[in-house]
Write a protein that binds this ligand. Structure first.
Ligand code: ATP
Ligand code: MG
Ligand code: MG
Ligand code: MG
Length: 577
């Protein structure tokens, strides 16, 4: 394809837009890729459309390659499914809500878990139908508090969202890993330098979650990486190991401490101290926010017991002894979390202040309606590794765990250093939260229903365009990776001679015939203006057809390295393919 700039709907700007804070915003506007319409609302002009479509193509190819099937939902959605999951209210002011002429409530979809779950429920019924992965590339709406940096944080933006549906946890793990691998291929093809960080699951719920962050000083996410290994983590997800404390589930199962039957105050104190909860207990102490399990004499099953949970009084050892008598007491271990997905691992209680490495184990259902695990309580789902101050506020105000450069890496390999990134992708193991709400079951081989487990996986397709621009530009303009550049070759006619024009037209036709896309600058503008625009637009190869043509030569310039080569015009196609 040949695109002639004389008729291309493009006007480049010499000046930076006044509101542009970051290079991608500045350059994408100046080079005529996007134009602002409203805060967080941008139109895509022809060159921008090409890059956006190229990103979509890479994403589609890799999604199709893992067997995902493309579908498309409306962005305008009825309230009911989001009401059912609680997200109609949970989204708060970020959700665009509107009414139709009959007064019915609608929303503009911020993400589509509800609709995908309902659609699969509508079409599939047997275990033989599963697993399935569905995706869409679709416009999303979020009334962001601070729309920012052009298309980097829009209120209307393009997202690839996919959803996996599996019969069991092992299936979900496979679907998750397939997405993870696909994302690695996608971001590599897009030429992005990125890290994968473990993430807390935020308002989504679910247990395993990772973010893909494109490294960039202008990014809003801070992550830390270890100097000694590939370990990287979102700062929010990192816990500072508490001095002299050890997290409960780091202990091998054999070391889980039990009290003997018929605990006395002293055996309870010994048990608690052996559990290493981050403080030392004595007989006169009170207990708060501790989850244990108890087994009555002669019983085989353990029962969960919250001690001094919010809303309850603190429990002193005497009362604890009386209430536990004559049961045996033990700490929870990983198996308990597997068996009870509603259990929350988090840090609670003022005693966790300054000792965020200590894990207290709490069942939010024990205290329904309390607010100390905000979000988790409302959603009633399984959340791991809550962070104080961010996910919940126990007993008043608490500072978020701070990770500082220079802290030891949690994997013990080195020291943490901070860096910034742009979240370009996010993968979640949602589990059965949405399937539970909608009763998404498959009929099993034995005629019994199997509850489906889901994953959800997003890529900010429009944000990626800006993230790539952040990483690939210089003082003169954009420098696109070949995979998504708006054209393969930018041919500049540097002069007014008819011979130059026809020579360039011929070259463009030959390049086109060889399968390359060509941007041909056939405008009447001066060579200086054309060169500046070529640098600004950022096509990876620029061919100048100028004075040298009289000697049969054109100049090939590599936009990235700046390297120029004189090439005989008849060898130009071979040189460029
Ligand atoms: P952020 O932390 O940047 O607000 P998010 O965690 O809210 O993003 P997700 O719900 O995980 O976003 O959505 C999946 C992907 O959609 C994100 O990884 C990001 O690439 C993209 N995305 C989210 N919000 C926006 C936005 N306002 N503008 C452009 N892309 C966005
Ligand atoms: Mg967000
Ligand atoms: Mg995020
Ligand atoms: Mg996210």
């Amino acid at each position: 394809m040949i695109t002639r700039m004389s008729s291309l709907f493009l006007r480049t700007l010499r000046e930076d837009p006044a509101d542009a804070e970051v290079p991608s915003h500045r350059l994408l506007v100046r080079a005529g890729y996007v134009r602002r319409v409203a805060p967080g609302g941008y139109s895509w002009l022809p060159l921008g459309m090409r890059v956006l479509r190229n990103v979509e193509r890479v994403v589609r190819e890799e999604m199709d390659a893992i067997g995902a099937q493309e579908i498309q939902f409306p962005a305008l959605l009825p309230r009911e499914p989001y009401e059912a999951t609680g997200r109609w209210t949970e989204y708060g002011p970020s959700l665009f809500r509107l009414k139709d002429r009959k007064g019915a409530d609608y929303l503009l979809g911020p993400t589509h878990e509800e609709l995908f779950a309902l659609t699969v429920k509508g079409e599939y019924s047997s275990y033989k139908d599963y697993p399935v992965i569905l995706y869409q590339i679709q416009t999303k709406y979020r009334d962001e508090e601070r729309p920012r940096a052009g298309i980097l944080r829009g209120r209307e933006f393009l997202m690839k969202d996919s959803y996996s549906f599996d019969l069991d946890d092992a299936g979900l793990e496979r679907s998750y890993q397939a997405h993870r691998a696909a994302y690695i291929r996608i971001f590599e093809r897009l030429g992005l330098k990125y890290v994968i960080v473990s993430a807390t699951s935020g308002a989504m719920g679910g247990s395993a979650s990772e973010e893909f962050l494109a490294e960039s000083d202008t990014g809003e996410d801070t992550f830390v990486r270890s100097t000694g290994s590939a370990y990287a983590a979102n700062v929010e997800a990192v816990t500072t190991p508490a001095p002299a404390a050890q997290s409960v589930e780091d202990k091998p199962a054999a070391q889980v401490h039990h009290t003997p039957n018929t605990p006395t105050i002293q055996t309870l104190v010994d048990f608690l101290n052996a559990a290493n909860l981050g403080r030392t207990f004595s007989a006169g102490d009170t207990l708060k926010n501790v989850m244990v399990k108890v087994r009555q004499p002669g019983a085989t099953d353990w029962e969960l017991l919250g001690v001094g949970l919010p809303g309850d009084r603190e429990v002193d050892m005497k009362r604890l002894e009386a209430s536990l008598y004559p049961a045996e007491v033990a700490l929870l271990d990983e198996a308990d979390f597997t068996a009870n997905p509603f259990l929350v691992k988090g840090y609670i209680g003022p005693e966790a202040l300054g000792a965020n490495g200590v894990r207290y184990l709490v069942d939010p259902r024990v205290v329904p309606g309390t607010a100390w695990v905000t979000g988790a309580n409302k959603l009633d789902h399984h959340v791991v590794d809550l962070v104080c101050g961010r996910d919940f506020t126990p007993d008043g105000t608490i500072e978020a765990a701070e990770v500082r450069e220079g802290d030891p890496s949690p994997d013990g390999t080195g020291t943490l250093v901070a860096a910034r990134g742009i979240e370009v992708g996010h993968i979640f193991q949602l589990g059965r939260k949405f399937a539970d709400v909608f009763g998404l079951d498959a009929l099993g081989p034995d005629g019994k229903p199997i509850r489906i487990t889901m994953g959800s996986y997003g890529i900010g397709v429009s944000r990626v365009v800006a993230a790539v621009a952040e990483q690939h530009h210089d003082d003169l303009g954009l420098v696109w990776p070949r995979s998504i550049a708006p054209a393969d070759v930018h041919v500049v006619i540097a002069g007014k001679d008819e011979a130059l024009r026809s020579g360039a037209e011929q070259l463009a036709a030959d390049l086109d015939a060889a399968g390359l896309t060509v941007l041909l600058d056939d405008r009447t503008a001066s060579p200086g203006v054309k060169f500046a625009d070529a640098e600004l637009i950022g096509v990876p190869t620029i061919v100048v057809v100028g004075r040298g043509l009289a000697k049969g030569l054109v100049e090939v310039k590599d936009r990235l390295s700046g390297e120029r080569t004189e090439v005989p015009v008849e060898q130009a196609v071979a040189h460029l393919t």
